[in-house]
Design a protein around this ligand. Sequence first.
Ligand SMILES: NC(=O)c1ccc[n+]([C@@H]2O[C@H](COP(=O)([O-])OP(=O)(O)OC[C@H]3O[C@@H](n4cnc5c(N)ncnc54)[C@H](OP(=O)(O)O)[C@@H]3O)[C@@H](O)[C@H]2O)c1
Length: 297
Amino acid sequence: MILVVGATGLLGGMITQQLLQQGNSVRILVRHNSPATEMAKQGLGTPAQTLIDAGAQPVYGDLKDRASLDAACAGIETVITTANSILRGGEDTIESVDLQGTQNLIDAAKTAGVRHLIYTSADGVDINHPNPFYQAKAACEAHLAASGLDYTILKPGVFMEVWIGAVVGIPLQAGQPVTLVGKGNHQHAFVSVGDVAKYAVTAVSHAAARNKAIRIAGPVSYTWTEIVETTGQVLGQSLPINYMPMGETVPLIPEMMSSMLSGFETYESGIDMNETASIYGIQPTPLAVFAERFFKG
Ligand SMILES: NC(=O)c1ccc[n+]([C@@H]2O[C@H](COP(=O)([O-])OP(=O)(O)OC[C@H]3O[C@@H](n4cnc5c(N)ncnc54)[C@H](OP(=O)(O)O)[C@@H]3O)[C@@H](O)[C@H]2O)c1
């Protein structure tokens, strides 16, 4: 039996659906106050009921409640977690969920005799990173590696569905130009969430994924300007771009994303996927294929 924590999120929902399609027995951690059904309307969540209807077995639990995790882990062979606090709020914070909560889950899994824990981190995390979210993820990677559990750490780049969906999709829907900051000319490792889900599912049984960290991205890196141009080509129209000075607030998109857009123009990121793709047999989704599916599908 596989336990998915974060199943009501975007990535966790895809992982759960792929596991069920392959005939696995899947338990999902669910919370009474989950906003997932509302968020699913914006493509940012997965209603628990959809997963239950597909065959998942729900168990109540919260990363802030250790006893609930002990119960959820009972009889489980593999735990997959994608849970995080970024789109939640209130009592769900970086400290309570991304740091302490994830470590609670690792400890509960160890106590319950779970064999393998698959943790979703992110590319570029570091214990000395200026962003506390990335510090927390680095601390959890270290906690997991020291736990004695078999582990897989997934380290994806920037999610296309979340970021391109907001930065390009929201203004497109509103009939407004896309706003970028700086020159939008720094390359980054973007990845389709569906690819990350495939790695999570493959890691359950692939020997190469045991006690490994796997960096995951698309076939090449892209700049924000290239992303807008490619989306325009896919849609058969030229999409106007407003370039704003670094640090200014980008209209229409969430504030947190606006400030991170400026951050994107201060460094570059890239992951060579050739070797990883051939080890796991997963072909990285190119930007144009993503755009075709996301904006036209
Ligand atoms: N977005 C990116 O570009 C990016 C890049 C690299 C890595 N990642 C990582 O990828 C992972 C998946 O991201 P995502 O966008 O799929 O996440 P998401 O849609 O925001 O999902 C969040 C999930 O975490 C659960 N959760 C939050 N607080 C919880 C708590 N206290 N106890 C139990 N569950 C809790 C939520 O459950 P409820 O529905 O009950 O609230 C939900 O299932 C994350 O770890 C993220 O950091 C994201």
